[in-house]
Write a new protein. Structure first.
Length: 157
């Protein structure tokens, strides 16, 4: 499908909007997800002539743009509000706080790989395209991240 015209572009990106929104929400939780997705779509529209189907699927290309826009938004929106230790939304203990704290202790590269695969539902091939690296690098990065998370989330018995 040609992506040169407005309606064709809209049809071309529509199947990928959910994954773009999920990835943006993970990478820039304090920013407005819809605004960032719109910025990514604008950037994709402006760069549509650079899309090369031989280098990857449309989803990988669009998600790489969305990830870039989300990282920029996250930098602009810092500092993030800190969640009190061991407290959830209503002041009750919440496992999500521990998970988020553990995710925050991963390297940026590990966190991006985890966000892409486990939160945005991308394949390792798509994640490699988003990260700009080889599939093997994604797999080893995920393995390292899982090892570190396992250690950080271990509960003493």
């Amino acid at each position: 499908m040609s992506i040169a015209t407005g309606p064709a572009f809209a049809e071309w990106v529509r199947p990928h909007l959910g994954a773009m929104a999920r990835l943006v929400a993970r990478l820039a939780p304090a920013a407005d997800r819809d605004d960032i997705v719109q910025e990514a779509l604008t950037r994709a529209w402006l760069k549509r002539g650079q899309y090369d189907p031989s280098r990857g699927a449309p989803s990988s290309w669009l998600l790489a743009i969305a990830a870039d826009q989300a990282r920029k938004a996250a930098r602009r929106s810092r500092p993030l509000l800190a969640v009190p230790d061991g407290a959830g939304e209503a002041g009750f203990p919440d496992e999500r706080v521990d998970l988020q704290r553990a995710l925050n202790r991963l390297t940026d590269r590990q966190r991006l790989a985890v966000d892409c695969v486990y939160f945005a539902g991308l394949t390792t091939v798509e994640t490699a395209a988003v990260m700009g690296c080889a599939v093997g690098t994604v797999k080893s990065t995920l393995a390292d991240a899982r090892t570190k998370l396992r250690t950080l989330l271990e509960v003493a018995g």
